[in-house]
Design a protein around this ligand. Structure first.
Ligand code: CTP
Length: 412
């Protein structure tokens, strides 16, 4: 994940029952490419051990023993200086209160006080504590230009009660941490993304479709939201979970089934958009006479009578200044076919990739050639999440060259 790659993160863990879940978070942050220094409060070490975090992060775990140790190093100042961002998960009511009051009586709170890095707090506690006016006012006191709070989820609690206070999904915390450290180059931008296949029904149980998984569109919408855009994802039928996006930048997900529905959804969401990223693989043909009831196999036609579906890109109005990105999955010569398609579809950018042999369609990674106004760029095989960031770099560069859309303030 680009925003977290090679970034120095301090992971603060407080003493709540969700402390064991912080081990999964540590692993996910390391997998996302961050250099993670764990820091456990005294209470946290009664729930989980520093050794667990040292093994997962590959670094020494900071505890209050370092804070009160004799020696030359001043642990809190050194750690504060070294980090690009701080994630405190779980953040207990106690630690939130201490931070809000500017207390510095343990290592974690002292690092927060000594650092200027952005902080993400992931509160997790019993509903009564979370909803207590004292906790609410402590959260409200945190300066909003430096502190972000990811609200807890609602559900079953360790006490057996149900309510707000659960530790959120690891993916939601990752998105929030990435948003905290992202370049925010798409702040104030509106991005419409399509993803997945579409389905055209022959009868209620049979469809024409393709193996697109939707992963490219999902990765683009997620990365755009992390980089600050207001993202709308128009998604065909897929089992892959759509992204939720950071709490302050939720991704709007519009589910569609047919190509005509996708075309309508794109048209209705395009007003005010700065970029249209067409990662979907819409079905090009639909049965001419779909049946409303199931056709028995002995009555199935030997040949299908088809009609073309709308070509979404060809039929769309193109507001001035809109940056467009299309995809072309090709056998044979992807670059050659891509050049023709880019011209025919009037696209700024087109990513052409070879299909077959486990590549491109329905897979977690992709490779190909990116065609654009600045020339052609070979893109080596990489995870679709990384490809999404690379493509958004190029989109962002084109957006920066264009005048702001009329009637809207310039972003940033
Ligand atoms: N596309 C579209 N509407 C369609 C089909 C495709 O807008 N009905 C978009 C895709 O989202 C993609 C680009 O057009 O960004 C190229 O898609 P592709 O399927 O490669 O092109 P087709 O026009 O369908 O051409 P062909 O299948 O003949 O290669």
């Amino acid at each position: 994940m680009r925003a977290l790659e090679h970034r120095n993160l301090l992971l603060g863990v407080c003493g709540g029952i969700a402390a064991y879940k912080a081990a999964w978070l540590a692993r996910a942050l390391v997998r996302a490419g961050a250099h993670v220094t764990p820091c456990l409060t005294g209470a946290a070490t009664r729930f989980v051990t520093p050794l667990t975090f040292e093994a997962l992060c590959g670094r020494p775990c900071l505890t209050d023993d370092d804070f009160f140790a004799r020696g030359e190093a001043i642990a809190h100042v050194e750690a504060a200086r070294a980090c690009d961002g701080i994630v405190i998960a779980p953040a207990t009511a106690n630690t939130i209160a201490r931070i809000a009051c500017g207390l510095a009586d343990n290592l974690l709170c002292s690092i927060v006080l000594a650092s200027r890095a952005p902080v993400l707090l992931v509160p997790s506690m019993h509903t009564a504590m979370w909803e207590n006016p004292i906790t609410r006012s402590n959260v409200a006191r945190l300066p909003s230009d430096r502190f972000r709070v990811l609200p807890p989820e609602t559900g079953d609690l360790a006490s057996g009660d149900k309510g707000a206070g659960r530790f959120p999904d690891i993916e939601a915390i990752l998105d929030e941490a990435a948003h905290l450290l992202s370049p925010h180059d798409l702040d104030g931008r509106r991005v419409v993304v399509t993803g997945g296949p579409t389905r055209e029904h022959l009868d209620p149980v049979r469809v024409l479709t393709n193996p697109s998984s939707g992963r490219m569109g999902i990765a683009l919408a997620r990365a755009a939201a992390i980089r600050g855009a207001s993202a709308c994802l128009i998604l065909g039928p897929t089992e892959v979970r759509p992204p939720s996006g950071p709490a302050g930048r939720p991704v709007e997900v519009v589910r569609v089934e047919t190509t005509a529905e996708m075309a309508d959804a794109v048209r209705s969401r395009l007003s005010g958009a700065d970029a249209l990223l067409m990662a979907a693989a819409p079905a090009d043909e639909a049965p001419s006479r779909p049946r409303l009831t199931k056709v028995r196999k002995e009555d199935l036609p030997r040949t299908l009578d088809l009609r073309p579906t709308p070509d979404i890109l060809a039929s769309l109005p193109r507001p001035r200044g809109l940056v467009t990105l299309g995809f072309a999955a090709e056998t044979g010569d992807p670059a050659g076919a891509g050049r023709k398609k880019r011209r025919a579809k009037r696209l700024d950018l087109l990513f052409a990739n070879p299909v077959g042999a486990g590549s491109g369609f329905g897979t977690p990674d992709n490779e190909g050639v990116l065609l654009g106004p600045d020339g052609e760029e070979e893109v080596p095989r990489m995870a679709k999440e990384d490809l999404a960031d690379l493509l958004l770099d190029r989109v962002s560069r084109l957006l920066a060259r264009r005048p702001p859309r009329t009637g809207r303030p310039a972003p940033g």
